[in-house]
Ligand binder design. Structure first.
Ligand code: DGJ
Length: 713
């Protein structure tokens, strides 16, 4: 519901309320966001503390102007007036940056409409949407703020700037969301990382001043994820209030949290404005990506479940709701060293361990026998392989066939490698990374050219899946085609154009994303590709951390995870990979009988329970490896008849009291675990008895099933 009464907007549903008000200066004040309010007391909604600068006028102390934006919670932070917090928007015209938006009008039902090819939250009921139009105090520029309430505890925000002046304006900052709140010792949880070590859980106290999390890589990147959480001081996994923020965008983002000396807090979420200046001619507009705000007063597990549901229902492509095929990828086993015969052998062997989709990774095109060659020249290397024969043989074996591409990149030995096609500064020596440079995807002609090449190379190949890779970030940022301050954003639009075009040419493929592992784990990518290679790290212990951190913001069914040849025993690797999309990545011809037996055992488990329990069930974190010696989590299916639990101890453990309390079961159902029967409430209150000796880094997986006979009381 959205109401507007006596200058106050109240957006609410069963779970949350969001309140704003227009003050006598025409400034849109932010008054409240959190648990649903049944009613509110207008008088108490003063968004500024009592802040009276008093001056002595000779007779008495007076306050000539009691309104100071700097101590007011606003929906839009102004720039160069008296709001000293980080701005929401900065517009320049003729060298003048002062920006100050005031409320003008509103429309219930309005929503920013993004084209199909631009990632956004889809399949919405349009009813609970609000559009507020503000105008710049001095220039004929409009700001449209969009608010859409979604399901129980989700609010989508975005903004559009429209230039209605006669001249050009330069947009220098355009935040998708500004949220002002009182500072109440909230804790920040964010997810920094690096290659092969993505999305670490990092919980921090906030203090006065500015905390910024950002990317400047031209992609969301390994170093920080756009997703973050603010929680009340004592919130736990299952108790207390918390809110999360995410951006439906794959390029440079900026998340700011500013705690003012007046104990106010401003959160800004949007495109990173470092090297961002977007020119808008008269009549042109700029739409900021959508930001997603979720709230829970039931702890972090509930907040994650909200994010998971939202992504599954409203971000992932509709077709991705089907069961994930068990995937085999050639990379870790073969690298680029393969032939038609060796791949055929791989396929036959991988079929024996239950593969449903076989993927030929890097190395199938041009002169690509190592990473110094071939990128940019998308023609099948016929001297090396017969791709059609491989794809057909794959289908004959009853498996789907998939292939790898890396369209944004170029090696020096291909014809696309010319200054005018590159993101590279012509005055500087070329800085390669993994022997490659980045093509200028801010130029649509280059995007379309590469797309055309790849489509042509694959036109006779029956492909069911494509892995879209991206193995370096943007550096020496310069384009012959695009103005400096627009490169990053237009580059991302180019990537979206490519993906959209690819899916139009191959409408039935499953698209998987990858950027040196999880360097683009974001909602923009998930809009096109329902799964993302979570990390190049497949060692089970490190993977446990990576998947645990990722689970705060993203559902398990999006985390591509494989049992690989990396160190560690196959059993542990399979258990961790099981809590993702599940697949294999090794040389299958070297597997021993025992290893095949282990993988077959997991394959049976996969076929019986993966879709119902892992992909579509509810996920709970039980114990954090970041904060304790144990990593544990579980999934329960919708009917609560089956749960699968993972437990990992990081140290060698003696036999001492150790009970793992489960979550989300039906307390009245009788479950079987290790040939014994327990009620749900027993398993949730007493727990699984794990009071036995454990070797260091041993992983265990438990299947908990409702008893079949006389199960339910
Ligand atoms: C990096 C990816 O993360 C790997 O899985 C693999 O696809 C290689 N690129 C191929 O070059």
């Amino acid at each position: 519901m959205i109401t507007f009464d006596s200058g106050l907007f109240h957006l609410y549903n069963k779970e949350i309320s969001y309140v704003m008000g227009v003050n006598s200066h025409g400034v849109l004040e932010h008054l409240y966001f959190g648990k649903k309010l049944s009613g509110f007391h207008r008088k108490n909604f003063i968004s500024s503390p009592d802040y009276n600068f008093q001056f002595f006028d000779g007779k008495e102390f007076v306050n000539p102007d009691p309104f100071y934006e700097n101590v007011t919670q606003t929906e839009v932070g102004s720039f160069l007036r008296n709001d000293l917090k980080p701005a929401s928007f900065i517009l320049e015209q003729d060298g003048d940056d002062l920006t100050d938006f005031r409320f003008a009008e509103y429309r219930i039902g309005g929503r920013n409409l993004y084209g199909e090819g631009i990632p956004h939250v889809r399949r919405l009921d349009q009813e609970d949407a609000l559009e507020i139009i503000c105008k710049d105090a001095r220039r004929n520029v409009e700001l449209h703020l969009f608010y859409t309430l979604l399901e129980e505890n989700v609010l989508i925000r975005s903004a559009k700037i429209v230039n209605r002046t006669d001249g050009e304006i330069v947009l220098k900052r355009a935040m998708s969301l500004t949220l002002d709140l009182p500072f109440e010792e909230q804790r920040l949880i964010h997810f920094p990382g690096q290659w092969a070590n993505e999305r670490n859980f990092c919980k921090e106290e906030l203090a006065f001043g500015l905390k910024t999390m950002y990317s400047l890589e031209g992609r969301s990147g390994h170093l920080e994820n756009p997703f973050f959480i603010l929680q009340s001081r004592d919130t736990t996994e299952d108790w207390g209030s918390c809110m999360s923020f995410n951006l439906v965008y794959s390029g440079n983002f900026k998340n700011e949290i500013f705690v003012s000396s007046f104990r106010g807090m401003r959160v800004n979420v949007g495109i990173n404005d470092d090297n961002f200046s977007f020119r808008l001619k008269p009549g042109e507009s700029f739409s900021a990506p959508e930001a997603i705000l979720c709230f829970s007063d039931r702890g972090l597990n509930d907040l994650s479940a909200t994010n998971h549901r939202l992504i599954q229902r409203h971000i992932l492509p509709e077709k991705s709701q089907m069961r994930k095929p068990l995937l085999f990828n050639s990379w870790e086993g073969a690298g680029m060293d393969f032939s038609t015969e060796s791949i055929l052998r791989y396929m036959k062997k991988s079929k024996k361990i239950g593969t449903e989709l076989f993927v030929l990774d890097d190395g199938w095109f041009s002169s690509r026998n190592d990473d110094r060659h071939g990128l940019g020249d998308w023609t099948v290397n016929r001297k090396k392989i017969d791709l059609k024969k491989i794809a057909d043989a794959c289908h004959e074996l009853g498996m789907k066939f998939g292939i790898w591409i890396e369209p944004e990149m170029v090696n020096a030995d291909t014809s696309l490698f010319r200054d005018e096609n590159l993101i590279a500064h012509p005055d500087l020596e070329k800085r390669f990374s993994r022997n490659q440079l980045v093509l200028d995807f801010s130029n649509e002609a280059i995007v379309d050219g590469v797309l055309h090449q790849i489509a042509d190379a694959l036109k006779d190949i029956p492909v069911d899946y494509i892995k879209y890779d991206m193995n370096r970030y943007l550096g020496d940022v310069f384009s012959f085609h695009t103005a400096q301050g627009e490169i990053f954003h237009r580059y991302v639009l180019g990537v979206y154009r490519f993906m959209d075009g690819l899916l139009k040419i191959f409408p039935d493929i499953l698209l998987e994303n990858c950027a040196s592992g999880g360097g683009r784990f974001d909602l923009g990518m998930l809009y096109f590709s329902p799964q993302i290679w979570c990390s190049d790290e497949t060692d089970p212990v490190r993977r446990l951390y990576i998947q645990y951190g990722t689970s705060y913001g993203y559902p398990l069914q999006t985390m591509a995870s494989h049992v690989s040849k990396a160190k560690g025993i196959y059993e542990s690797k399979a258990m961790i990979a099981f809590f993702g999309t599940y697949g294999y990545e090794m040389n299958p011809t070297l597997l021993t009988k025992e290893e095949i037996e282990i993988l077959r055992k997991f394959n049976r488990l996969y076929r019986l329970y993966h879709e119902d329990v892992i992909e579509n069930g509810r996920f709970y974190r039980l114990s954090s490896p970041f904060e304790s010696d144990f990593g544990a989590f579980m999934c329960v299916n919708d009917s609560k008849s089956t749960a699968i639990v993972l437990f990992h101890n990081l140290r060698k453990e003696t036999n001492q009291y150790r009970f793992l309390k489960l979550k989300g079961l039906n307390k009245n159902i009788r479950y079987r675990w290790r040939d014994e029967i327990f009620t749900g409430d027993y398993l949730m209150n007493v727990g699984l008895n794990l009071s036995y000796f454990m070797e260091q880094n041993s992983t265990q997986i438990f299947l908990i099933r409702k008893t079949v006979k006389g199960g339910e009381k």
